[in-house]
Design a protein around this ligand. Structure first.
Ligand SMILES: NC(=O)c1ccc[n+]([C@@H]2O[C@H](COP(=O)([O-])OP(=O)(O)OC[C@H]3O[C@@H](n4cnc5c(N)ncnc54)[C@H](O)[C@@H]3O)[C@@H](O)[C@H]2O)c1
Length: 284
C-alpha cells in the first residue's frame, strides 16, 4: 500500500473511475459526493465494474475485495484532512466548483495538492477562486480513467514548481502517461479533436461525402482507428456541440461554431451512441 492518500470529490462517471484507478494502484482513496446517496451509488458502480472484471477472469475476487477496501466513502469533506492529493470531479459548473474549493481549503492540509478534472473550464480562472492557487492544477483524465493512459496535466502561472513533478510521479506510478500543457481552451486533445470532428460534419453539410465515406477515408487513408464522425457519436453530439461553443467563445473564432448537422442532430435528440442515433443508427 502506498503512503500517499488520495481524495476524490464527485463519484460520477469520472470521479468513480479515477477513485477506482487509484485504489487499483494501491492508494487509500477517500470519496465524497454532494449527497450520501450519490456517494453510495458511485461506490456501488465501482463494485459492479470490479465484479464484471472478476467474472471475465481479469482479476481475482480477492484482489477486487482489496481494491474495494481501499475506497473509503465519506459524508463529510472533513475526512479529506489527511489527503495528499484531492481530485475534484464534480459537475462542470463553475459555481459548484468554487463552492467546493472554499469548503476544501477550510479542511485540507496546507501541503495538499488540488487537481480539477474539468474538461472545458479555464484552470487559471478556477485557480483564482482559491486562497492558495499555487497548489492547484488541472488533471484531465479520459473516460474510462481505469483504462485510458493519458492525463493532461494543466499548469497555470501561479503553480509552485515542485507540484508538477510530484503529480507526474504519482500518475506514472499508476501507469498513466502525463502530458504537460499550459492552460488554454481545449488543452491539447479537445483543441485538436473537436475541429477535426467539426470539419467532417461540415463536409456532410456541404454534401461533399456521406459519414461512412468520410470515416472510411480517415481510417484507411490516415490509419486513424475510428473516423471522426464515429468518434463524435461515441463522445456524444451534445458534448461535442458544447465543447465547440466553448472553444468558439474562448478563442473568439466563429470557425469553431458547431456545424449545422451537429446542431440539428442534437436538437432532434440524436446524440450519438447513447441515444441510439447520431451520424449513424445504432438501433440494430
Ligand atoms: N465524462 C467525461 O468523458 C469527462 C472526461 C474528462 C473530464 N470530465 C469532467 O469531469 C467532471 C465530472 O464529469 P462526469 O462526466 O463525471 O459527470 P457526472 O455527471 O457523471 O458526475 C458529476 C458528479 O458531480 C456531483 N454533483 C452534482 N452537483 C454537485 C454539486 N453542486 N456539488 C458537488 N458535486 C455535485 C454529482 O452527484 C455527480 O456524482 C466534469 O468537470 C467534466 O467536465 C468528464
Amino acid at each position: 500500500m502506498n503512503k500517499e492518500i488520495i481524495a476524490v470529490a464527485g463519484t460520477g462517471t469520472m470521479g468513480g473511475g479515477i477513485a477506482q484507478m487509484f485504489a487499483e494502484n494501491g492508494f487509500k482513496t477517500r470519496v465524497w459526493d454532494v449527497n450520501p446517496t450519490f456517494t453510495a451509488k458511485g461506490v456501488e458502480n465501482i463494485r459492479k465494474r470490479l465484479s464484471k472484471s472478476v467474472e471475465k477472469g481479469k482479476i481475482a475476487a480477492t484482489d477486487a475485495e482489496t481494491v474495494m477496501s481501499r475506497i473509503i466513502p465519506t459524508d463529510s469533506l472533513g475526512a479529506f484532512a489527511d489527503a495528499d492529493l484531492v481530485i475534484e470531479a464534480i459537475i462542470e459548473n463553475e459555481n459548484a466548483k468554487f463552492k467546493l474549493y472554499r469548503q476544501l481549503e477550510a479542511v485540507i492540509r496546507s501541503t495538499a495538492i488540488i487537481g480539477t478534472n474539468t474538461s472545458s473550464l479555464s484552470v487559471t480562472g478556477l485557480s483564482r477562486q482559491l486562497g492558495s492557487p499555487e497548489r492547484f492544477l488541472g488533471l484531465h483524465f479520459f473516460n474510462p480513467p481505469t483504462k485510458l493512459k493519458l492525463v493532461e496535466v494543466i499548469t497555470t502561472s501561479a503553480l509552485k514548481p515542485e507540484v508538477l513533478p510530484t503529480v507526474n510521479a504519482l500518475l506514472t506510478r499508476c501507469g498513466k502517461q502525463p502530458v504537460t500543457v499550459k492552460d488554454a481552451p481545449g488543452f491539447i486533445v479537445n483543441r485538436l479533436l473537436l475541429p477535426f470532428i467539426n470539419e467532417a460534419a461540415k463536409l456532410v453539410d456541404a454534401g461533399v461525402a456521406c459519414p461512412a465515406d468520410i470515416d472510411t477515408a480517415m481510417r484507411l487513408g490516415t490509419l486513424h482507428p475510428a473516423g471522426p464522425l464515429q468518434v463524435a457519436d461515441l463522445i456524444g453530439l451534445d458534448i461535442c456541440r458544447d465543447i465547440l461553443e466553448k472553444l468558439a467563445n474562448a478563442l473568439a473564432d466563429p470557425h469553431y461554431r458547431p456545424a449545422k448537422s451537429i446542431v440539428d442532430l442534437v436538437d432532434a435528440g440524436k446524440l450519438g451512441r447513447k441515444s441510439g442515433q447520431g451520424f449513424y443508427n445504432y438501433s440494430s
